[in-house]
Design a protein around this ligand. Structure first.
Ligand SMILES: [Zn+2]
Length: 350
């Protein structure tokens, strides 16, 4: 019986030399250690052997089983390692090769201004709303004290989709939307503040500072005791945050259909500190926006009681702020997607 065990061992060693794959090795293991194998038969017949032989045969067959299992496992591990080494060698990256430089986009100057304005006003509790690109005549004009046929509409002679619908000519339509919504809201406690930012469209002069499409920022702050002092504070706060702590503001009386009283707002020139330069046209001041206290008539048209609530508002062009802030001389630079132009803003704010 011991001879038979030795013969199985020799046969296993010679068979293993011919094995090349993991599958073949596993098959060999199964044929030698499985229930139907010769070794199993030997163990089964152990009960019929002489007592003196039993121990020797038992030990020898057990040792052979351990030997076969360990040798096959070793073989399988070696094949796996060889396969992995071959894969790693074939996928080796040559780091000495010159790479292809990935190109990164930059923030658009208009987006930089929009993000800054959003930051400036959310910090003091304002909501930030998106203006509508398409608006009804009612909200774009009528509810803002510009009835049908009003000559002030001529300044915004615009793109009508049909008689009732226009491409928004100013972001101020959001003032009408917000006032109307707040007037209907039973839970409205009389205070609300927001800035709306959106695209507006107009037939406009074709020159370096005007375009038929541009972006506007419209601010609205409703309260029970809103006065001109609040308006001055908001204007100063925004100007200093946008153009620098040292700038001052100047108010000039003006006339807008939505506000009464109305003012044009100038900031002191942040380039020359008021001494006079080409940006401020040697006046020391730069006009940035129009503002005022919302006209009582506009409050009434949107369902608000002007005795209970007052509101301040202003509207500014995002392009104008961007052009002043970054010294851009032609508004078209903002729309032409010239990569050389846009790359100048690569490191802004870092
Ligand atoms: Zn100046």
């Amino acid at each position: 019986m011991l001879k038979k065990i030795n013969k199985i061992k020799d046969q296993f060693i010679s068979d293993l030399n011919k094995v090349k794959t993991i599958e073949e090795a596993e098959k060999l293991k199964k044929s030698l250690l499985g229930k139907e194998s010769e070794l199993s038969e030997i163990l089964k017949s152990l009960k019929d052997s002489a007592i003196n032989d039993k121990q020797a045969i038992g030990i020898a067959s057990h040792e052979l089983r351990t030997f076969i299992a360990a040798t096959i496992d070793e073989f399988v591990a070696r094949i796996k390692k060889e396969a992995l080494d071959a894969k790693l060698a074939s996928e080796k990256i040559d780091v000495s090769l010159t790479g292809t430089l990935a190109s990164f986009g930059t923030k658009h100057p208009l987006n930089i201004v929009v993000e800054e304005i959003t930051q400036i006003f959310t910090e003091i509790g304002f909501d930030v709303l998106n203006g509508n690109d398409v608006e009804s005549d009612e909200y774009c004009f009528q509810k803002l004290n510009l009835p049908v046929g009003h000559p002030a509409r001529d300044m915004q002679d615009t793109f009508y989709i049909d008689e009732e619908t226009v491409l928004s000519t100013h972001c101020t339509h959001m003032t009408a939307r917000v006032l109307t919504q707040m007037a209907k809201d039973e839970n409205f406690e009389g205070n609300y503040a927001c800035v709306a930012i959106g695209n507006v469209y107009r037939r406009d002069d074709d020159d370096a500072t005007h375009s038929h499409q541009f972006m506007q920022l419209d601010l609205l702050c409703i309260g029970k005791k809103i006065t001109f002092a609040n308006l001055k504070w908001v204007l100063k706060y925004m100007s200093k945050r946008l153009f620098g702590e040292e700038v001052n503001i100047r108010l000039r009386p003006s006339l807008f259909p939505f506000t009464e009283p109305s003012v044009e707002v100038d900031v002191s020139c942040f380039k020359c500190s008021g001494k006079g330069c080409s940006i401020c046209k040697y006046s020391g001041w730069i006009e940035i926006l129009g503002s005022g206290i919302i006209n009582e008539q506009v409050m009434l048209l949107n369902g608000m009681d002007p005795e209970k609530n007052t509101a301040l508002a202003f509207g500014a062009g995002i392009e104008r702020i961007a052009m002043l802030k970054f010294g851009i001389s032609n508004i078209r630079n903002l729309y032409e997607n010239n990569v050389q132009f846009l790359e100048q803003f690569k490191f802004y704010g870092e």
